[in-house]
Design a protein around this ligand. Structure first.
Ligand code: FE2
Ligand code: FE2
Length: 176
């Protein structure tokens, strides 16, 4: 069985995988001239990249080896404008399960510092699953006129930064 540090290294790959998938989704929407949907997913891609780099920083701080795993190619073709958001929601749910498993492993190993580090990610996952669920509902309702979705995202974008960002773990090389 993997140690906590090995499992966290694996998670770095999953976060980069999520980042790549969000870039693929963003470019799909960008190509269809849906700039708000594109911007939303470009932003999500950067956040996932920052998550990966928070884990890198944790491993550096813990004096553990840092592996930067390669990632599988993301899905780039979608049957309609709803499919990317469904995929994104599935991805966020999968990552939530992965983080929960990491917390359990940290607890088993008595890695309480590591467990504490992961608490922010649990909150972040709760927020991301909730906001992606909301976006899926909006896209399903607006699929016949995606300008409604664009308008909704335009309003949501001016709501300001998430309160979670204040307590976020440090990012190796600095947050983007
Ligand atoms: Fe993430
Ligand atoms: Fe995420």
């Amino acid at each position: 069985m993997a140690t906590f540090a090995e499992a966290l290294n694996e998670q770095i790959g999953y976060e980069f995988r999520a980042s790549q998938q969000y870039i693929a989704i963003a470019t799909y929407y960008d190509a269809q001239t849906l700039p708000q949907l594109a911007a939303h997913f470009y932003r999500q891609a950067v956040e996932e990249r920052n998550h990966a780099m928070m884990m890198v920083q944790y491993l550096l701080d813990a004096d553990q080896e840092v592996v930067v795993p390669g990632v599988d190619a993301p899905q780039t073709q979608f049957k309609d404008a709803v499919a990317p958001v469904s995929l994104a929601l599935e991805q966020e749910k999968r990552v939530t399960t992965q983080i929960v498993e990491l917390v359990k492993l940290a607890r088993e190993e008595g890695e309480l510092v590591g467990e504490q580090f992961l608490h922010w990610f649990l909150q972040e996952q709760r927020e991301e699953v909730a906001s992606m669920t909301e976006l899926l509902a909006v896209v399903e309702r607006g699929k016949d006129n995606l300008l409604h979705v664009e308008e909704y995202l335009g309003r949501a974008a001016s709501d300001g930064a998430s309160p979670l960002e204040a307590g976020a773990p440090p990012v190796a090389g600095g947050a983007l």
